[in-house]
Ligand binder design. Structure first.
Ligand code: SF4
Length: 518
């Protein structure tokens, strides 16, 4: 049996197909995996040009004086980390002061409604990030609505799905990092690696943040967890754990964002890690390298980073920075300068871990433009793209696994092999899996099944941990109607989905009556 999924309602499809025709097996049982490669091949059949044309694009800092609130801001002010932090936008009133009447009331109302009803993150945007929205012209309402950076940093209610805003299996801590804490803020999930969350704040808050459970201020819909220990006690607990566990050789130092840890405190923590012989890799996680590059260009930070990098080099430890860039528009000369400065003072590598999101970077062209900007112009290695995690109210951003596999296929072969990012799914209770590693895939219900080859911190006594399969779920609105109906039957309590389905049925019937004579 064959069915057609119409993608016309999905924002940001751009020049990608408006219609994806795909064969769906006439079975609702597990193990139904229709490979996506056929659809890519079908799409390209008959075309004689290369699907992607590489053109080198020089980086440019968008002109911030095009925005009414920053008409008089000097370069010196713009490049000051302190000025950027003081002028962060935290609410609609402050956004109005920047954009004034370039944007009409509809947008501000939409934003306020989202903050009130759906947002899992509070608003926090450094001027640097706002300036990369609609970068080449004076924004207006429509261009701001359509902007890819706006779509994930400044979400509005009308962006979200009305039918299934959340997947029924979405959870606040979708990766169960908190469950795997071995000390406050220290997640031991993989056998040889830990994630150290030093604090719960960032210089910018991303709408899709996977750590929405802990990071940022509480919102009307999400009461955040709180770190309770004093930083010094938390750091002591981390160091003690690492000293007792020589099998852990790799520490991702994160948060939040390490750019919000006072430098002296961060340097002291890093030097303590470097004193543990068994720690061989340290990765600093900071989206601020892109969102607030001014931070990483401050003399005190650069000098401190150099001391840490020198110590790491002397002890043979790989010190790297991991950042989080999702669109080429965010890669500006200041971002490139911050990355190059880190490399110049001895950081071994600066790598990007982006997140794949509908309307932001869901085409091969956008992903490749971003990768070439990172790799070719900013010396940042395109490393991973994560599928967006199953947190509440994220369905409008998420892509199904089959589409991620198509995108992986479509971006192969253009970049150097070592700089071709892997698209990965962070499967709950498993960890990162390359999207082609699915063990089984029920396309009708959108359930993929994955296996793993190590025990997480939760499974030391579980004999079945390595033979079990673990599920990940595609967004329900991307499923064929039969699959969507199955989910509505399973979750009749989700009144919104049922009501939305009934309402679209009524509209479809009305349209059928109206167009019946044509
Ligand atoms: S920078 Fe990272 S931790 Fe902070 S809000 Fe964004 S995604 Fe979350």
């Amino acid at each position: 049996m064959s069915s057609t999924i119409v993608a016309r309602d999905l924002p940001g499809r751009g020049r990608e197909e408006a219609r994806v025709t795909d064969r769906i097996a006439d079975s609702s049982t597990r193990g139904v995996d229709q490979t996506a490669a056929g659809t890519t091949a079908d799409r390209l059949a008959g075309e004689t040009e290369q699907p992607y044309e590489y053109r080198r694009r020089e980086l440019a800092e968008p002109d911030w004086t095009r925005l009414p609130g920053w008409r008089g801001v000097t370069r010196e002010e713009w490049e000051s980390a302190q000025w950027q932090r003081v002028h962060c936008v935290k609410n609609v009133r402050q956004l109005r002061a920047v954009l004034d009447d370039l944007v009409d009331e509809r947008f501000y109302d939409d934003l306020e409604a989202d903050q009130r009803e759906r947002a899992t993150m509070s608003m926090l945007l450094p001027p640097q990030m706002i300036n990369t929205m609609v970068p080449e012209r004076v924004p207006d309402t429509e261009s701001l609505y359509a902007d890819p950076v706006r779509r994930y940093m400044l979400p509005v209610l009308s962006d979200r799905r009305a039918d299934w805003p959340s997947h029924p299996y979405a959870t606040r801590d979708s990766l169960h990092e908190h469950d795997m804490w071995v000390a406050e803020g220290l997640t031991h999930r993989y056998p040889t690696k830990v994630l150290a969350e030093l604090l719960s704040t960032c210089p910018q808050y991303c709408g899709h943040c996977t750590r929405m459970d802990l990071v940022g201020n509480s919102t009307p819909t999400v009461d955040k967890l709180r770190l309770t220990l004093k930083p010094v006690d938390r750091h002591d607990a981390h160091v003690e754990y690492l000293q007792r566990h020589p099998e852990v050789r790799d520490v991702v130092v994160s948060g939040g964002d390490v750019a919000n840890v006072p430098w002296r405190q961060l340097e002291s923590y890093l030097m303590r890690l470097l004193n543990i012989d068994t720690v061989r890799d340290i990765r600093l996680a900071t989206k601020a390298l892109m969102g607030l590059p001014q931070h990483w260009l401050q003399p005190a930070v650069v000098e401190g980073l150099e001391r840490v990098a020198r110590t790491a080099a002397r002890r043979g430890v790989n010190l790297a920075i991991h950042t989080h860039v999702n669109h080429a528009n965010s890669v500006t000369p200041l971002v490139a300068r911050a990355a190059q400065t880190a490399l110049d003072v001895g950081v071994r590598d600066v790598r990007n871990q982006g997140v794949l999101m509908r309307g932001v970077n869901d085409t091969a062209e956008i992903l490749l433009d971003l990768c070439f900007a990172l790799q070719g112009e900013a010396n940042i290695l395109p490393y991973y793209f994560y599928m967006c995690d199953m947190i509440p109210n994220s369905e409008h951003w998420r892509l199904p696994v089959w589409e991620a596999r198509e995108l992986q296929h479509a971006i192969m072969g253009y970049l150097p092999g070592y700089a071709t990012p892997r698209i990965v799914c962070d499967v709950p209770f498993v960890g990162k899996r390359w999207v082609h590693m699915v063990a089984e895939y029920d396309r009708e219900r959108g359930i993929s099944y994955w296996t793993k080859n190590y025990r997480t911190g939760l499974e030391h006594d579980d004999p079945d941990a390595l033979s079990r399969q673990y599920a990940y779920h595609d967004p329900i609105h991307t499923l064929p109607e039969k699959g969507q109906q199955w989910w509505r039957d399973q979750h009749p309590q989700d009144k919104r989905a049922t009501a939305a389905a009934e309402s679209s049925l009524r509209i479809a019937e009305a349209e059928a009556v109206g167009t019946g004579g044509c």
